[in-house]
Design a protein around this ligand. Structure first.
Ligand SMILES: CC(C)(COP(=O)(O)OP(=O)(O)OC[C@H]1O[C@@H](n2cnc3c(N)ncnc32)[C@H](O)[C@@H]1OP(=O)(O)O)[C@@H](O)C(=O)NCCC(=O)NCCS
Length: 398
């Protein structure tokens, strides 16, 4: 069966998370992605954090499935020549270098457009390509900091806390994927490529829309909500047996309060004026916590979740990352899968959250460093196999 993005060809020059996560998602949906890496070790994530048996880190494998990988030294004439041939092949060139790098390499958008006017140049920058901060480098936590996310997280009287979610990096990857698909759609009509850019800070601001409602409307100073959520009502309740992740999240809004009371055996409080409105419950938050905890502490988090969820309450067991990896629901949805790799062995991998009936996703292992260089050069770029040792000696490829 043809995949949704069959025929879409992407040159992925990106590193770390923001760009690689974008290209990986498009690869899951069927795009042909070639990852282009430098000749001095490639994507920084290959050697960062935990390694699978000494071959590449999980930080790398988790963002680079379903791609091919080539090395090319773009600071050599021959390397650049070969890259330009790949630009002729490509529909999209994706990169997340700091501002000015592509121009210094001589492959800024004007050059890419000269080589292939149909090509889409997708550029991710920490603060975008214009504006007073556009020269600054950035990563996940700087994007969260400058997008308002960190100041909104944590407890009122304590320092603010970054979020563990990859909103700055993978969130930017998602925004970029949407931009690429839109640019491809526009090209269907116009026949022309274009330059597009996504700023990580802008991406966070976009994802912060909900949290900005308060500042845009009642203009009260920002107050961190701690564990009580935006409405000031407790959300996190302790469960049996009391371990560090033994909690259940319960949304006690509107009429759900009455359902919760029925489930926890406190129906006598239904209609009680002390807790009737959300404002009442926020004012008496400590009492709400005590009432609900009296029941949750007698159940483990999964029992509590099931009883409440079956009654229609919006809730969730607070699962540790390890529990996520062994969760039967996520396995049933192919969000946690096993991948086989001849060198790395069989390892667990995260699946694709977008499910298209007509474009099923098969998770393939991330490519090893320079794994497809010879094949791509000889099969796609007319390089003679005899030239490969020379290219290696001259440092053009690895
Ligand atoms: C991620 C980031 C902080 C890393 O900064 P950095 O390590 O200083 O890297 P830069 O992007 O500035 O530069 C990359 C260098 O590698 C070189 N390089 C990259 N690929 C190459 C290749 N195939 N061949 C030769 N050189 C290559 C570039 O030419 C550049 O060298 P230069 O500084 O001599 O111009 C920065 O790139 C950045 O802010 N990117 C945008 C935001 C972003 O994506 N952040 C990370 C989110 S996960």
């Amino acid at each position: 069966m043809d995949k949704a993005l069959a025929g879409v060809k992407i040159l992925d020059m990106s590193r770390v998370q923001a760009g690689p996560s974008c290209a990986q998602l498009l690869a899951f949906l069927g795009a042909d992605v070639i990852k282009v890496e430098d000749t001095v070790g490639g994507d920084n994530t290959r050697w960062e954090q935990a390694h699978i048996d000494g071959v590449d880190s999980v930080y790398y494998t988790i963002f680079n499935n379903n791609k091919r990988a080539i090395t090319l030294n773009l600071k050599t004439e021959r390397g650049k020549q070969l890259f330009e041939k790949l630009v002729l092949w490509a529909d999209v060139v994706l990169e997340n270098f700091s501002k000015g790098v592509m121009e210094r390499l001589g492959i800024g958008y004007s050059r890419l457009n000269e080589i292939n006017p149909r090509v889409i140049h997708a550029s991710i920058k920490g603060f975008g390509e214009y504006g007073p901060w556009s020269d600054f480098r950035s990563f996940e936590v700087s994007a969260q900091a400058t997008g308002g996310a960190i100041a909104s997280n944590g407890y009122p009287d304590l320092p603010p806390i970054p979020s563990p979610i990859g909103a700055g990096d993978s969130g930017t990857g998602l925004h970029t994927a949407i931009g690429i698909l839109a640019a491809l759609r526009q090209r269907d009509n116009s026949g022309e490529g274009q330059h597009m850019e996504v700023s990580m800070q802008d991406g966070i601001v976009n994802l912060m829309r909900y949290r900005l409602i308060r500042s845009l409307s009642i203009a009260t100073p920002n107050e961190r909500p701690g564990d009580r959520g935006g409405r000031g009502i407790p959300m996190i309740y302790p469960c049996h047996p009391g371990g560090s992740d033994d909690y259940v999240m319960i949304h006690i809004a509107g009429a759900l309060w009455e359902t919760v009371l029925a489930v926890i055996g406190r129906s006598e409080l239904i209609g009680d004026e002390r807790y009737f409105t959300e404002e009442n419950r926020a004012e008496r938050g400590d009492e709400v916590l005590e009432i609900v905890s009296g029941w949750t502490m007698k159940h483990d988090k999964y029992e509590a979740m099931r009883a409440l969820a079956e009654a229609g309450v919006w809730c969730g067991a607070v699962m540790s990352p390890e529990e996520v990896l062994s969760n039967e629901h996520l396995s049933a949805r192919e969000m946690v899968v096993d991948v086989d790799d001849p060198k790395r062995g069989t390892y667990q991998m995260i699946g694709c959250p977008v499910k298209l009936d007509k474009s099923p996703v098969e998770i393939q292992p991330a490519p090893h460093y320079s794994e497809h260089t010879d094949d791509i050069l000889t099969e796609m770029l007319d390089v003679s196999p005899d030239e490969l040792p020379n290219l290696r000696r001259q440092g053009v490829i690895v």
